[in-house]
Design a protein around this ligand. Structure first.
Ligand SMILES: [Zn+2]
Length: 299
């Protein structure tokens, strides 16, 4: 590694904070969740669950998103006021697997609110001895299970609309099936190793027989890489002849850029779909991830 690269890496590690920026302008704030007594009110903890719940509930359900616009959900915590607002919902939809560290603060017994853990029934993977990987939504087959858990919860609360919810879930799950088949077909003959930013693509990689390498080791996308891990990742990129370094759309891309410059690679986005935006949805973001993975692996 030359001196300039070393200086650039040190600058990233020590000086430049990894910033989130707002990409979501839709009014989906918690304040809009004031209850209309005839409507089912559902709060969802972060973007994919908001989307899945909307797909199933459509106009029968008022869906809101708990994490405020542009905020990356890994380290979000509700204020007391936001916790109070959650008690006005019929249902709170969470990812589970410890992704929502605040969920234990909710008093379900006294508030009557029902919490749906959408990870129920998914085979989980330990990242290390103390933590389990929460990023199940990036595997479309696991996303189908999350949709099933959402539809079952809605039917329990609103049994009169059972058929409506089941039909909607079925047609959305068919789209997830097509997505799964498409990714499988289009990546099957390609290279396997890719470098992404944080540890979000393990379930995805297992599903499509790929090897994920990450720039930051922690499960938390806000932690910062060390000089040593950056050196290791540059060596690894050289070893696998990698010519694309991935970055995330909601985080600073400079770390990925420094690595890419060092090895003559380019930077593309691989979205962990943790933050939504008004121009795309879960399916279109997954399609875009596929396009960028093909550029990285199939050339
Ligand atoms: Zn993540």
């Amino acid at each position: 590694m030359d001196t300039q690269t070393k200086i650039a890496i040190i600058a990233i590690v020590t000086i430049i904070p990894i910033l989130s920026f707002a990409v979501w302008n839709i009014d989906q704030s918690i304040i809009s969740a004031a209850a209309d007594s005839t409507e089912i009110s559902v709060m969802t903890s972060f973007y994919p669950l908001y989307e899945f719940t909307k797909q199933v509930g459509q106009d029968k359900v008022r869906v809101s998103l708990l994490v405020p616009p542009g905020i990356e959900p890994h380290d979000w915590e509700p204020t007391i006021n936001e916790l109070q607002k959650m008690y006005e919902a019929n249902l709170i939809v969470i990812n589970g697997i410890g992704f929502e560290s605040w969920v234990d603060d909710i008093d379900t017994i006294n508030s009557g609110v029902v919490i749906v853990d959408t990870s129920a029934g998914v085979s989980l993977i330990n990242i290390d001895h103390s933590s389990v990987d929460p990023h199940i939504w990036l595997n479309p087959v696991m996303a189908k299970t999350q949709v099933t858990n959402i539809v079952n919860a809605l039917i329990k609360i609103d049994p009169t609309n059972e058929k409506f919810y089941r039909d909607n879930a079925k047609s959305y799950q068919a789209k997830l099936d097509s997505l799964d088949t498409k990714i499988k077909n289009e990546l099957s003959a390609c290279k396997k190793d890719f470098i992404t930013f944080h540890n979000a693509f393990l379930y995805f990689s297992i599903q499509y027989d790929l090897n994920q390498h990450t720039i930051i080791r922690s499960n938390d996308s806000h932690s910062e890489p060390t000089l040593k891990t950056l050196e290791q990742i540059i060596n690894l990129a050289k070893k696998f002849n990698i010519d694309v370094i991935f970055a995330e759309e909601a985080l600073d891309t400079r770390t990925s850029q420094v690595i890419a410059n060092e090895i003559g690679a380019k930077v593309l986005v691989l979205s962990p779909i943790e933050v939504g935006d008004e121009n795309s949805n879960y399916l279109s973001k997954m399609e875009n991830n596929l396009l960028n993975l093909k550029e990285a692996l199939c050339n």
